[in-house]
Design a protein around this ligand. Structure first.
Ligand code: HEM
Length: 177
């Protein structure tokens, strides 16, 4: 398999980044939903710490991923009708929007709470805004609704991939595996 993409399929780097990000985002959504719904405890604080660290890791990955996307050929979608091509491209760019906006809004929540974001003990991120309860509530709402938007978009994306594989029987899903 080639490292870079070709006009017909994705290369190794794009495939690895796609599935790693998928795992990371699913894990972060499940952890985020769970940790916010359990009573306060040492466990809850540990989960918040993991959520922040892996969330920043997702932000670092998406920078690499977008750079790779913009500097590589992309497999063509020309076999699809125009509306489906437009829908696919919109969903892919919406994912990039979510993958940047969700971790940045999470970083804003932590900043507004006056807490530092330590990334696996490697380094500490600077606070983006000053400590304020009103801002914390505002960024929490943004973070939550963006995450819900990501879940809805993700369901549409998976449904479309499965439709191509099992109903249309084309190579859209296979070229990302
Ligand atoms: C792509 C990455 C991320 C995803 C998909 C994600 C997803 C989520 C989800 C689903 C929730 C639960 C929302 C709810 O129903 O109340 C949540 C909560 C939270 N997230 Fe994230 N998150 C990400 C990155 C981050 C980052 C980088 C930080 C901080 C550095 C962060 C900080 C928080 C905090 C503090 C909460 C709890 C807010 C509260 O107390 O209500 N998140 N996140």
């Amino acid at each position: 398999m080639q490292i870079t993409n070709t006009k017909d399929r994705f290369g190794l780097v794009a495939i690895l980044l796609h599935w790693l990000m998928a795992l990371l985002l699913i894990g972060l959504v499940i952890l985020g939903l769970y940790m916010t719904r359990i009573p306060i405890s040492a466990q809850k604080l540990k989960f918040y710490g993991w959520h922040k660290e892996f969330g920043i890791l997702a932000l670092m990955f998406v920078i690499v991923r977008l750079t790779w996307r913009l500097t590589n050929t992309n497999p063509s979608l020309s076999s699809l009708p125009l509306w489906e091509r437009a829908a696919a491209r919109s969903v892919h760019w919406a994912f990039y929007g979510f993958m940047f906006a969700i971790p940045i809004s999470g970083w804003l929540i932590t900043s507004a709470s006056g807490l530092p974001v330590s990334v696996f003990g490697w380094f500490v991120l600077p606070n983006l805004v000053s400590n304020s309860e009103a801002s914390r509530l505002f960024y929490t709402m943004i973070h939550k609704w963006l995450a819900y938007g990501l879940i809805v978009t993700f369901c549409g994306h998976v449904a479309a991939a499965l439709k191509h594989h099992f109903i249309n029987k084309d190579d859209i899903l296979r070229r990302m595996i």
